[in-house]
Design a protein around this ligand. Structure first.
Ligand code: MRU
Length: 348
């Protein structure tokens, strides 16, 4: 099966890690163009996260870590304490790009800690150490996604159809994805798995990204508009719902792309299991319940003038939360790299 690696560290020399830069698929151009953004510029990296050139909670974390490493390597500083200041200010700025995906803050905290723990190194060594840590975050995410896929595939039978919302696939992670990983792994195991993908208004991550990556990998995928999910479930077409997450509170309340909560309610009404799949870096055990999860608000134009076509009169207001919180009582189970559990505490 084809491997999609949406974000990578590229060594400028082809040998030493530093100097290097980040290369990421510009997801705003999919599905019509496969274009890569290559950069080590702070404003470009911040903007790439903000406007969803790179998106999906784990991928945002990897982008922030690699972005930080790429930015600080160009810092013209003479001493390690000066470089540490640069790490801190870069991390603080990247942390303002998007509020909901906890992986962003998790990855930046990890980079800050590595810098602090290695403050005794000289400037060149410290830059190298940060690039190595960012690459390790990428590689660990790929490994966690593979493990999630193996646990999740155990729930899928040959011939099953999975409904998913938004994009929690390879594009949203370092490799393979979270919600889509069991589909890839089960397919590798010789099972035939089909997918119904919600288109996911307003930015169409399901249509543009999930349908793109599944069809690139030869998986049978059917796109539906978000408002078709109830009918498709009622017709008996869905065996399981699998979704990703941007942040899972300690009690299991789960923030994910707007519309996920509605899908969970529909799944409960039709007696269909509803699973949340995410690496441990998405579990926020310091936030007790979903009430503590910040919900990103997006701008009017994404709804009123999506993809260049004005569809809302100027006099109408627009409200656009990017995420919602599915209460834990609607969730059948959680899957991370450690296994499958009824609650986060079972697998964290
Ligand atoms: O706004 P986005 O596209 O970043 O939202 C992404 C999602 O909601 C994903 O489902 C989530 O980040 C999980 S990605 C493995």
């Amino acid at each position: 099966m084809k491997t999609i690696r949406p974000i990578e560290w590229i060594s400028d020399s082809g040998e030493a890690l530093v100097p290097g830069h980040v290369r990421m698929i510009d997801q705003t151009k999919l599905p019509t163009e496969l274009v890569y953004l290559e950069t080590s510029d702070l404003d470009e990296i911040w903007d790439a996260i903000k406007v969803l050139k790179v998106r999906g909670a784990p991928a945002i974390g990897v982008a922030a870590a690699m972005g930080l490493a790429a930015v600080v390597q160009h810092a013209e500083v003479g001493t390690s304490p000066e470089l540490l200041n640069c790490v801190k200010s870069t991390a603080d700025h990247l942390a303002t790009s998007r509020p909901t995906a906890v992986n962003l803050f998790w990855a930046l905290d990890r980079m800050r800690s590595v810098a602090d723990d290695n403050a005794h190194l000289d400037v060149a060594e410290l830059k190298e150490r940060l690039a190595a840590e960012a690459s390790a975050i990428r590689d660990e995410d790929a490994a966690m996604c593979r493990a999630i896929g193996e646990h999740g595939a155990s729930l899928l039978k040959d011939g099953d159809t999975v409904l998913t919302h938004c994009n929690a696939g390879a594009l949203a992670t370092a490799e393979l994805g979270t919600a889509l990983s069991p589909i890839y792994v089960a397919t590798e195991q010789g099972k035939t798995i089909s997918v119904f993908a919600d288109e996911t208004r307003p930015l169409l991550q399901g249509a543009r990204l999930t349908a793109w990556e599944l069809s690139e990998c030869g998986i049978d995928v059917t796109l539906i508009c978000d408002n078709m999910a109830a009918q498709v479930m009622k017709e008996g077409r869905i065996d399981t719902v699998m979704v990703g997450s941007d942040r899972i509170a300690a009690n299991g309340d789960t923030a994910n792309k707007i519309g996920t909560y509605g899908v969970a309610l529909l799944a409960r009404a039709h007696n269909i299991p509803f699973y949340v799949l995410a690496p441990s870096s998405t579990f926020d055990m310091k936030t007790a319940t979903g009430d503590g999860i910040p919900i990103e608000q997006r701008g009017r134009e994404e709804v009123a003038c999506g993809f260049g076509r004005r569809t809302v009169p100027d006099a109408a207001k627009v409200y656009s939360p990017a995420f919602d919180v599915t209460p834990v009582n609607l969730i059948t189970g959680f899957i991370n790299e450690n296994g499958i559990g009824a609650t986060p505490a079972d697998i964290m």
